[in-house]
Ligand binder design. Structure first.
Ligand SMILES: [Zn+2]
Length: 240
């Protein structure tokens, strides 16, 4: 739009602020804009100390500027601490919810609740939506709890296309499935968008905490759309 030639607008109008003020305002505006767009302003963990350095209160790390703080927040260490913190915060709330869910899941209300010896069914889990403030990629952090996991067992994952699986029918090519398994738990399948997952170094990671038996998996979707459906593998065909 051409503001200069709009009716009522004067060239150089409204110029009461001095040049330096204007510049300072502009800088401040740009800075705010940048902070907003990368959500640093909302980041509860960033802290500017008396030396002008940026600290991550979550990881207890120090960074020379907000840019390097930002790249720190994309690293595995920060992401993992973030997931852990989130999991911890949910823990107390979840416990109550779990109990009521178990109760309603049994169907018969008279059935006593066994708290100390849970059946080996599905593990407790939560999923966090994440967004990379730099690349704008959307992602998911999965957190599963395997307190009764078998000795020396490490949870495993695998991705499955809609056509590979035989549970959620008819197959819907818009989705894929992330299956996480750990003996003696039932396999968990999470239905997620059938978008390409960013497999670049460090972008996709899993972590199993052998002490707490917490399992974490984080993925980011590529921004580019998935290849056309025609190139997807077809359903397996039996040879007889
Ligand atoms: Zn951090």
């Amino acid at each position: 739009m051409d503001y200069q030639n709009r009716v009522g607008s004067k060239k150089g109008g409204g110029g009461l602020a001095s040049w330096s003020q204007t510049n300072a305002n502009l800088r401040e505006r740009q800075r705010k804009l940048a902070l907003e767009s990368i959500d640093l302003a909302k980041d509860p963990y960033i802290f500017k100390n008396h030396l002008g350095l940026f600290e991550c209160k979550l990881c207890l790390t120090t960074h020379v500027n907000d840019g390097s703080y930002l790249s720190h927040t994309q690293g595995r260490k920060h992401q993992l601490n973030l997931a852990r913190r989130e999991a911890k915060e949910r823990e107390s709330r979840r416990h109550d919810v779990d109990l009521s869910q178990q109760q309603s899941a049994t169907g018969t209300e008279s059935q006593p609740l066994k708290r100390k010896t849970p059946k080996i069914g599905r593990p407790g889990y939560n999923i966090m939506k994440v967004k990379d403030p730099l690349t704008r990629q959307l992602g998911l952090t999965f957190h599963l709890e395997f307190p009764e996991i078998a000795l020396d067992e490490v949870p495993r994952y695998r991705f499955m296309s809609a056509f590979e699986q035989r549970v959620d029918l008819p197959p819907d090519k818009r989705f894929q499935y992330l299956i996480i398994s750990a003996e003696p738990y039932e396999n968990c399948a999470f239905k997620i968008d059938a978008r390409e997952i960013d497999q670049r170094n460090g972008r996709f990671w899993t972590y199993f905490d052998k002490d707490t038996k917490d399992y974490y998996l984080q993925l980011f979707f590529n921004n580019t759309p998935r290849r056309p459906a025609a190139s997807l593998p077809a359903a397996p065909v039996k040879n007889n």
